[in-house]
Design a protein around this ligand. Structure first.
Ligand SMILES: CSC[C@H]1O[C@H](OP(=O)(O)O)[C@H](O)[C@@H]1O
Length: 351
């Protein structure tokens, strides 16, 4: 399986024969399995259970979920069709609260639906918009890669969680920048953290990069400080689930620790994210951090690794403050501190 630009990449999610087809990421790395859904409730379950995960990928999944709702609605009028889609929107929105891309994707498709005139044209315009969102994701990732590649030389780059093709449609945000740097001729080595408790790093990032022939080594999350203290890391790049206008970055739990260690050791810490990950309205107090089930922490598979009934705190994300972020790589370029001004200018630029 290759995600490289020169090969036809396997898509994490796509629309085929009026069904949503996605890689079942819970089966990786031991099995590359695909699942097909024809009902938006199935898509909601897939997002909730991390069959598909990653901010941009779940934004596209939400969009295709609404397309399924439109396709299978028996509404006789456009307004009734929009009502049916609003029911689906609520179900899909409630699956995961932190990644802003899900809300962005759902809002975009609902706006398209409201502009429809009749049932037929609304259905087709919604599906066209969802398909376009998927194509745009690949184009945006590659633009981000081009902008970010220049920040890297023949470096060993640490990354946390999975912000690759498996978190997007086919190329990746943070791993897209790594791919672009390698494609530009840089000798890139990657250190991937395993990213407990769901292990997106060992199960997904290591899998993706190994399959693309990119030099990747896996470390336990507890070896981040050791790796940096022993000069094994030149730079860090991660993805994001939500970035505020102030530069506060919400990403996989553990990102804050990686950023703090990077600052301690004078290592540049970059974030790669599309504009659809920016939330220009919220303040830190407004952001809901998803709390996931204790069983992710207390066991792996059917093996318990903690005492029965132990208390568990299992936030899926944390917040990295802007002062720890060296730069934010987007499809419109790289922004640097002070972020409140540079992000505002970013949104003022033409594409
Ligand atoms: C390209 S954004 C990917 C982003 O999503 C991951 O979270 P999850 O696997 O729980 O969806 C992680 O925060 C990644 O950085």
């Amino acid at each position: 399986m290759s995600y490289m630009a020169d090969a036809q990449p396997i898509r994490t999610i796509q629309w085929r024969d009026n069904r949503v087809v996605m890689i079942d990421q819970t089966k990786l790395p031991t099995e590359l399995a695909f699942v097909e859904y024809d009902d938006y409730n199935q898509v909601a379950d897939a997002i909730r259970n991390l069959v598909i995960r990653g901010a941009p990928a779940i934004g596209v999944a939400g969009a295709f979920g609404l397309a399924l709702a439109a396709l299978h609605s028996d509404a006789a009028t456009k307004d009734l069709l929009v009502e049916d889609m609003q029911t689906a929107q609520r179900t899909l929105f409630e699956t995961r609260p932190t990644a802003i891309n899900l809300k962005w994707g759902l809002d975009h498709i609902m706006a398209v639906a409201r502009r429809g005139t009749g049932v037929g044209d609304t259905r087709s315009s919604v599906l066209d918009a969802a398909k376009q969102m998927a194509e745009d994701d690949i184009r945006i990732n590659k633009s981000m890669g081009r902008h970010g590649a220049g920040l890297f030389g023949d470096d060993t780059i640490m990354t946390h969680c999975n912000a690759g093709a498996l978190a997007t449609v086919a190329y990746g945000t943070a791993l897209g920048v790594i791919r672009a740097a390698r494609e530009s001729g840089k000798k890139i080595r990657v250190i991937a953290t395993e990213t407990r408790p769901v292990q997106q790093g060992s199960r997904l990032t290591a899998f993706e990069l190994k399959h693309d022939g990119i030099d990747v080594s896996l470390i336990p999350d507890t070896a981040v400080g050791y790796s940096m203290a022993n000069h094994l890391v030149d730079k860090v790049i991660v993805g994001a689930d939500r970035i505020l206008r102030t530069g506060h970055v919400y990403n996989k739990i553990g990102t804050y620790q990686v950023a703090t260690m990077a600052r301690q050791h004078g290592i540049p810490f970059y974030v790669a994210a599309p504009l659809s990950t920016f939330d220009m309205e919220s303040d830190p107090a407004d952001v809901v951090i998803e709390q996931r089930r204790p069983s992710e922490v207390t066991g792996t598979g059917d093996r318990m690794t903690a005492p029965e009934g132990i208390g568990v705190i299992n936030p899926a994300f944390d917040m990295t403050p802007p002062e720890l972020v060296s730069g934010i790589i987007t499809e419109r370029g790289v922004v640097s501190p002070p972020y409140e001004r540079s992000i505002r200018e970013l949104f003022g630029r033409k594409n």
